[in-house]
Design a binder for this molecule. Structure first.
Ligand code: ATP
Ligand code: MG
Length: 248
């Protein structure tokens, strides 16, 4: 699929992600609007120097603590996440089996939902949710209000990368803790989430996986402490400051 992108190309990784998305569009996983949302992310990644900063590492450590101490954590997958990071998500789910995976779509169709579920299960993720009985998340009009009874409906912690602000707000208002990955520290999602990882999705997920593995067996008290002292406003302030410094 991507052998025509030379490894030496300075934007190799960025081009590879574009290829994954275009491929996802062709396979019916991603919507056309999803390509545009990706462009917004790319612009911020450029300004952040396309690397994982200390403020993202700090948020990843807090996210690991919140996930380990959660009762029922659920990872919410949209079309872009499915196309970009199926493999990375499969790695995460394997390292942290307590995590349930649920598909949630803005441009909803049963056909697209089924394709994404099949795609993720094909990557080795067991029992992907989203097609079962649902309940509505209060305060949200679009199809994204749907919550699988066995998934987000009964979750205490929801991981929603690349999300639109209104759903993040509704999830927080419902009393759930929300972890997000969002390259735009000023977005409503980034501002409203309990923990915001300002980093590119496919860089952040393997970093989180490594953190979850290193936290395995760590004492509950230490994890609760780490989760409690996390200062998301400070993380966002540092990310915005980094963008202000310029792209170099
Ligand atoms: P909000 O509604 O939260 O104010 P928005 O309307 O910009 O934000 P969307 O465009 O719906 O939100 O969601 C996409 C978000 O995901 C954007 O903030 C974008 O910067 C971010 N994003 C896109 N691609 C990636 C990626 N690969 N990794 C991390 N973040 C990404
Ligand atoms: Mg929005």
């Amino acid at each position: 699929m991507n052998e025509h992108i030379p490894k030496s190309h300075p934007r190799h990784r960025s081009l590879l992600l574009r290829e994954r998305l275009v491929h996802g569009l062709e396979a019916g996983l991603t919507s056309r609007a999803g390509l545009i949302a990706h462009g917004r992310g790319e612009a911020f990644d450029y300004l952040l120097g396309e690397r994982t900063h200390d403020f993202a590492r700090e948020a990843i450590a807090a996210a690991s603590a919140l996930l380990w101490t959660a009762r029922h954590p659920v990872f919410s997958v949209n079309g872009n996440v499915a196309a970009l990071a199926g493999e990375e998500l499969a790695g995460l789910a394997k390292a942290f089996p307590k995590l349930k995976v649920e598909v949630n779509l803005f441009h909803w169709s049963e056909d697209r939902l089924t394709r994404i579920v099949d795609h993720l299960e094909g990557q080795g993720i067991a029992d992907v949710l989203g097609l079962g009985e649902t309940e509505d998340l209060p305060g949200l009009e679009s199809a994204r209000r749907r919550m699988d009874r066995r998934g987000i409906a009964s979750a205490d912690v929801v991981f929603v990368p690349l999300e639109d602000g209104d759903r993040c707000e509704a999830l927080v208002a419902s009393g759930r803790k929300v972890i997000t990955i969002d390259l735009n520290p000023s977005s409503r999602t980034a501002q409203r989430a309990s923990i915001t990882i300002v980093d590119e999705l496919t860089r952040a997920l393997p970093a989180l996986q490594a953190q979850l593995v290193s936290d395995r067996g760590r004492g509950e008290e230490e994890l609760v402490w780490r989760r409690t002292i996390h200062d998301n406003a400070d993380v966002l302030r540092r990310a915005i400051e980094r963008i202000r410094q310029g792209a170099v």
